[in-house]
Design a protein around this ligand. Sequence first.
Ligand code: SF4
Length: 1007
Amino acid sequence: MVTPIEPGPALTGAPPEVLGLERLHPEQRDAVTHAEGPLLIVAGAGTGKTQVVTHRIAWLITQKRARPEQIVALTFTDKAAAEMESRVDQLVPYGLVGATIATFNAFCDRLVREHAVELGLTSRLRVESQAEILVFLRERLFELGLERYLPLGRPDTHLDALTALFDRARNEDVSPERYAAFAAKLLAEAGDDPALRDRAEAEVEKARAYARYESLLFKEGRLDFGSQIRLALRLLRERAHVRREVQDRYRWILVDEFQDTNHVQFELVRLLAGERRNLTVVGDDDQSIYRFRGAKIENILQFLDVYPDAKQVLLKRNHRSGQRILDDAHRLIRGNDPARMEAQRGWDKRLIAQRVDPATQQALAGVVEHRAFASGRDECEWVADAIAGALEAGTARARDFAVLARAHTHLDPFALALQARGVRYRRVGMRGLYSRPEVLLCLNALRAVADPDGGASHPVLGDPLFGADPVDLARIGARAKRTNRGFMRIARAAADGREPGIEPVARATADAVRRWSALHAAMCDTAVRRPTSEVLYQFVTDSGLLNSLTSEEWGPGAAGYASSLERVQNLNKLFGITTRVGPLLREDRVPAFIEHLDLLIEMGDDPAAADIESDEDAVSLLTAHGAKGLEFPTVFMVNLVEQRFPQYRRGEGLEFPPELRPGSLAGEAEDAAEAHDREERRLFYVGMTRAMDRLVLTHAEDYGGMRATKLSRFVREALDLPAPPKGAQAASALESIRRHAPVAEPEPVPFAKVPDGQPLTLSHSQIDDWLTCPLKYLYAHVAHVPLAGDPVFTYGTAIHHAIKIWHQHQIKGLPIHVDDVVAAFEGAWSSEGFLSREHEDRMLEQGRAALRRFVDREAASRVRPLAVETEFKFKVDGDVVQGRWDRIDERPEGIVLVDYKTSDIEETEKAEERAKKSLREGQLGLYALAYAESRQVMPARVELQFVDSGVTGSAVVEDEHLDRARERVRDAAAGIREGRFPPRPDQRNCGYCAYRVFCQYSAARRA
Ligand code: SF4
């Protein structure tokens, strides 16, 4: 039985004009104002899909059909979720924030953590990325029970294929038990047939490895992305009371980009919607382009089979492209019939251009051209010339152009050609963190620690940070090779003039060698005892790298600011990798870390580098995947030949048994080659529909391969070409010479301010940091300057986690022993930042003892919390403030908000003072305001509980505290929006500031 929906006073809320409903088309409005029950919105490219979803959320809230917290909108990327949230925040009136808008993974992560107890997972859960899982598995390869898939000469050969297989199994909702049962059945049925036996044995081995992998993962409290969703699904399936609770909490479900959901995601959504069936899905089968990561187009194709009574809305009015572009794209995509909704449902999905051509006052026609070239070189030079010519003539801006290819590598020559003409460009969505100079420098420094005699010191010394002469370095390198001696040994001898085979080195080289040699020795010393991240931190601070990146005046408008910011963010990403990968290793030390990282790099792992928002007027260079959701006046789709676009089909590393795939298209076994072809066609369609006014399709006959290339079948289909065109265009001699012109240096890029009207999202620490020192805010929340591991932070996080586990059991009435609480504390522990093993042991012991006392106190107390670790969100003048209350109590005097602290306050008087101060001008004031705003109830008191001593400080909440907290939010928001981050040095604040080590303004350092 489902709790009935509270009858909402339909259409009695805000009038339609508040939401701008009158500006929507009738069919958009129809979708937005659909009352109850399932709704399928098929939204073609450029038809305002996000606008419809966000208006629907806002409509549900303002019409009082749903309270914000009853709505969950799911999407695929953090960026899409943030954009949707920001748009909803702008649409709904003051105070009505709180809808859950998240990625599938973030939503499932929250569900699983909240109910970890029900799933038997009491320790702290860590979600590992794909690369981290590879490291984790490589360390445990011999525990997976592998034989044929574990060649002893190179045991990690199948590592990548194995993780892909496990992922596929989870996406298809196949548990290890089901896989094992299937494999056993195959074996039993194989009889004496050698081929059948061979296949069955292979499946038995794969099923065994899958089961062991999952159990290893859970035993260590780790999750990968696939298991996150499957655990959430298991929770809803197996725990009826949790299912009821979750269904009652989220009564309206919306899914964006539904065509990209995989099998388990649709299962999860169906369970969430339950009997209420208030499920809205938005998508377009023609834009389903993520099959390689498990997307199942059948979900959208067969949605109406699952929900036959669903309301259907087809959005066809395109606000982006000219009609010719839309018609050619439509001609192409019809090549996917009959595996399309249009063919299956008898719909007409031809998009109708809505933009008006100012010259004719008619619907915009748009231009589609095709250009053929003799060589790839000619192709990219022509594209670059066309763009540079338009910029020179002043007929367009750089940002009006996009160059789209199937793969990032295809874009490299276009980048060079644009650069040679001094045209600024952006590589959108390109990975490449490991090849960024600042990251490469750090990795080489770590490699030099892992292998002191190797050559990694060479690039370190050659970096401008050390500044050794390159000719000297080449001589030292050659000498090391000839004499078979370590690079640094020769370098040191050469710097002291003691190396007979080498001419005296330049002074700069001698200085660089001495400096690096001393730092290298210190790093090696640290590396013996401490984790990789600490060695890395030693390098970035002691080498002066961080200082050099932050010593200029920072802030939007400052020359070179954006590039320094980007470099610091890249370093921060590298720190993120060391702190996450390190604990997966049996021993977190530099040599093991470097060995694993180099393996990952070899396997093609390369995380995205920082991509800061800038006001840069630049040409976008991007892949068709990266172009999804974007639009440009002119799009060049390049390298359109067979094997490039469509890309050749890679085989599945380890085949997932077709028998275990739930219902493939039309009940038939999926033809992998055809499915690949259809997916590539959809990708091409997505590329074409990015163009607003002009779409240029280009290809060349020669890309340097052995044979001439063939024009992509997609160009022929789109343009209805009978045969490859003749007369490919070759470059003139003059053009060829021009290609060797020196490359122009790009100018510094201006940094983007927060646009007016765009709401900020602020937390307590952001507000507090800005008010303390705007530069500190910049370091912490914009640049993400890396910091050394902090034992106080580790201690506090682990204590909070253990307390949460205790309370969760208490609230649910489940038994829990003090040893479980201590185990949760130990599980959340990290070894970083401690001075020594002894230091760490003592803090661990201190935490265990504090928790035992805490449990004693709590067990004796009659007060049970109303809720723990509860998130909040509210608005102040349009900006959103978010955070989390540690604990909410309902006591005789009213609501009491409790915050746990791990600092060492032992006297009640001091605790009272701290609580009052925090209520007046800090965290507790903000938390009280949050409660009053989001729950419309004034909390009676706020409390600080000091876990170690058991001392409590409390303060009564008054109106003036809320006013003051509101003022603080306003002050910080105004400053952040203005985009200036001046330092505010102060003896006390700088003394506590983690950035004082390199901050040139630090009062603590100058003192
Ligand atoms: S050290 Fe002082 S001036 Fe520098 S960021 Fe920190 S608080 Fe600001």
